[in-house]
Design a binder for this molecule. Structure first.
Ligand code: ATP
Ligand code: MG
Length: 272
């Protein structure tokens, strides 16, 4: 968007982060991104994980990823040139490749290394922020330079928590990292929400963990529970978001509800 010839930031930038592996960061990035696109929001997923699961899960084979987030962070390609449309209308992706695992070593002498992604997103022509309503960043399972870059660029962090016994383990460390990023790089950063994932209603532990998390963390926890649902785990092997794979399954309905809840929270935030 251009106001008096100046580009204006409109995108809401949210990072899916939790240094615990396998908690649903990528599944949430793909399916929340799809939900937002289906709700008419222009959305891009920035795959910041060298595993490239968000890219694979959206149907991008390794050999199809000609330009990736590695090229953008390394400085050889503007981020907009890395973007590809997906099969979902309104949803784009900046794919990742395994090269990204070496980026922290490559940037070690660069004093601006923690602000690389922010600089790319805030490009002077406003091509990223004006083109999208939502920018979702899928982080790796680590509090490394890539996750710090995501936190430095984001307005908010969404934290998926798996409904299992050690759900809250590591959260103190994650919150500590968010606070350090707030202090040094991004004062406006917030934890925007906690998303309970892989909820199993037949398992009493799942509901105990969900209650415990709500008691400890309050309103920040989304009301929507993402159930454990086999369709959610099958969809990525077909390169599809679950809503395109099986629109009526419990996983699809849950991610649609989560999208609605996020949009309603964000409209309240903007109105406040
Ligand atoms: P990593 O830390 O490795 O990046 P992650 O936090 O991104 O992992 P996912 O890849 O989204 O986690 O999920 C881990 C595995 O669990 C995947 O195989 C995924 O398909 C499966 N999975 C995620 N959410 C659900 C769910 N609600 N029900 C069933 N399976 C799920
Ligand atoms: Mg992942």
């Amino acid at each position: 968007m251009s106001v008096n010839g100046q580009s204006r930031s409109t995108a809401r930038i949210l990072a899916l982060a939790n240094q615990k592996g396998g908690v649903g960061k990528t599944t949430t990035a793909i399916n929340l991104g799809t939900g937002l696109a289906q709700a008419g929001k222009k959305c891009v997923i920035i795959d910041l994980d060298p595993q490239g699961n968000a890219s694979t899960g959206l149907g991008f084979r390794t050999e199809d990823r000609l330009q990736t987030t590695y090229d953008a962070l390394g400085g050889s390609t503007p981020l907009v040139q890395v973007l590809s449309p997906t099969t979902i209308e309104g949803l784009s992706i900046a794919p990742a490749s395994v090269d990204l695992s070496g980026i922290d070593v490559e940037l070690v002498d660069d004093p601006q290394r923690a602000r690389k992604l922010k600089t790319l997103i805030d490009d002077p022509a406003g091509q990223m922020t004006s083109r999208f309503d939502y920018i979702l960043i899928d982080c790796p399972p680590s509090l490394n330079l890539l996750t710090i870059n995501a936190m430095a660029a984001a307005d908010g962090i969404l934290v998926p928590l798996q409904c299992e016994f050690f759900a809250l383990e590591g959260l103190t460390q994650l919150i500590g990292t968010v606070q350090r990023v707030q202090g040094a790089l991004n004062p406006g950063l917030r934890i925007s929400g906690i998303i309970l994932t892989m909820y199993d209603q037949r398992n009493r532990l799942s509901s105990q963990v969900a209650d415990d998390v709500r008691e400890n963390l309050g309103d920040i926890v989304f009301s929507t529970l993402i159930p454990r649902n086999v369709r959610l785990s099958e969809a990525p092997s077909f390169g599809l978001p679950v809503m395109a794979y099986d629109a009526d399954c419990a996983g699809s309905l849950a991610y649609k509800a989560l999208t609605k809840e996020l949009l309603s929270r964000d409209s309240e935030t903007l109105a406040a």
